[in-house]
Design a protein around this ligand. Structure first.
Ligand SMILES: [Zn+2]
Ligand SMILES: [Zn+2]
Length: 251
């Protein structure tokens, strides 16, 4: 199965990155709907789309308002949008308030209870998705997706730490997509804004024994290739790469 990184910036887009959006075209599954959501159009191949929101900060949901172009002349019959109740309410009443956007979408909104993620929900192609709450201003949700022969976890908008509660949740995944908004040295800012620095992300990967990790949600004012010192975390964890927009990963 392939996952496409359609947006790998946090906060706002820059010349090379759009904000958070990942897609597994074969299953019609989309993780977050930041500005990268406009690229979903190029990869639609299923009659249903399932969009899971980590939370409702604009860099994760504003792309839902691009839906008219994304779906134009596509054979999509149903679009489901999943998230915690307060996040979906904010998207419905604020992002889609008639003052901000005049045409309400025909989405099917599915509330997930942040505390009841172990039960999970079925995904197309006999998959399953579960979730867990993450520490972030207003809270965020991490997701774990499993199919018969493959699985991945998506953890964004939280502060990584070797003792983070979500480590058990992502234990042993084949592919971890984890945010890394900051280089090391920005720990106080990371804690304050609910984001992660590089070394703690590597520590999470090692503690959770994940096969490989791609980092995303970069500070759009910076350049992760220059600022994130991957060599410095190799002694902690080997298989970590920097995500790029349009990157496709097989898992
Ligand atoms: Zn964000
Ligand atoms: Zn956020």
């Amino acid at each position: 199965m392939d996952i496409h990184l359609l947006g790998t910036a946090g906060y706002h887009p820059n010349e090379t990155r759009h904000t958070a959006c990942m897609m597994i075209p074969e299953a019609g599954v989309i993780l977050d709907a930041g500005t990268g959501f406009f690229r979903v159009r190029d990869w639609i191949q299923t009659p249903e789309l399932h969009v899971f929101l980590s939370h409702a900060h604009l860099d994760h949901c504003v792309g839902l308002s691009f839906y008219i172009d994304v779906l134009h002349e596509k054979k999509v019959e149903r679009v489901f949008v999943y998230g915690a109740a307060d996040k979906l309410e904010a998207v419905k009443t604020q992002l889609f308030s008639d003052q901000l956007f005049p045409l309400p979408p025909n989405f099917e909104w599915v509330t997930v209870d942040p505390t009841q993620g172990q039960g999970g929900l079925d995904l197309p192609l006999d998959g399953r998705i579960t979730w867990c709450p993450l520490k972030h201003p207003g809270t965020s949700l991490g997701y774990r997706l499993e199919w018969k022969d493959s699985n991945l976890a998506y953890i964004t908008d939280t502060t990584a730490s070797a003792s983070a509660d979500y480590i058990a949740f992502i234990q042993g995944t084949d592919l971890l997509i984890h945010e890394c908004n900051f280089a090391d040295g920005n720990e106080a800012m990371a804690e304050k804004t609910g984001h992660s620095c590089l070394t703690p992300v590597a520590e999470v990967c090692a503690a959770a024994d994940v096969d490989r990790c791609v980092i995303v949600h970069f500070n759009p004012m910076g350049n992760p290739e220059e600022e994130l010192d991957l060599a410095s975390v190799k002694p902690i964890y080997q298989s970590l790469i920097i995500g790029q927009d349009h990157m496709r990963l097989t898992f």
